[in-house]
Design a protein around this ligand. Structure first.
Ligand code: FMN
Length: 146
């Protein structure tokens, strides 16, 4: 699928098959995310790949619009690292670009996915900090369910 087709045909998908996403596919999605532009090429992102059933099931307890995770085989949390910033505040735009790249790559690969907003909702940010032990300088930004 070419880039324009992937962009124009992408839709938020909230129902999934149980088929696991292969490691190779996950790698391709992460490569696409990390190919995003960032301010001064600061690349202030980290990605947490989650496929543990207990972890996925815990998320809807603090994120009210994420019930599709109960059926999702995996999700990827995009985080911004304040210590990697060269230009203060741009981490939000950098991480948005990475998140969108990941969604477009998923579409191109025939995977259904949806962007679940995390930052700046304090309850959701704190929920991920507690669940995953995310340090203070790293901010849970967006979750992609697939
Ligand atoms: C910042 C952001 C936060 C979002 N948060 C959620 C969410 O928490 N739960 C959800 O089901 N969809 C969420 N979405 C998906 C939107 O609802 C969806 O993109 C929008 O309705 C347009 O539909 P489409 O993606 O199919 O074009 C979010 C999208 C963005 C960009």
């Amino acid at each position: 699928m070419d880039a324009l087709n992937a962009i124009l045909s992408r839709r938020s998908i909230r129902k999934y098959t149980a088929q696991p996403v292969s490691e190779e596919m996950v790698r391709e999605l992460l490569e696409a995310a990390m190919a995003a532009p960032s301010a001064g090429n600061e690349q202030p992102w980290h990605f947490v790949v989650m496929d543990d059933r207990e972890i996925l099931d815990a998320i809807p307890r603090f994120h009210p619009y994420s019930r599709m995770l109960e059926e999702a085989p995996m999700a990827i949390l995009v985080c911004g690292d304040l210590e990697l910033q060269k230009y203060e505040g741009y981490w939000v735009q950098d991480c948005s670009a990475a998140t969108e790249n990941l969604l477009i790559a998923a579409q191109a690969k025939g995977l259904g996915a949806v962007w679940l907003g995390v930052y700046p909702i304090e309850e959701r940010v704190a929920g991920f900090r507690n669940l995953l032990g995310v340090p203070d300088h790293v901010i849970p930004f967006a979750l992609i369910s697939k």
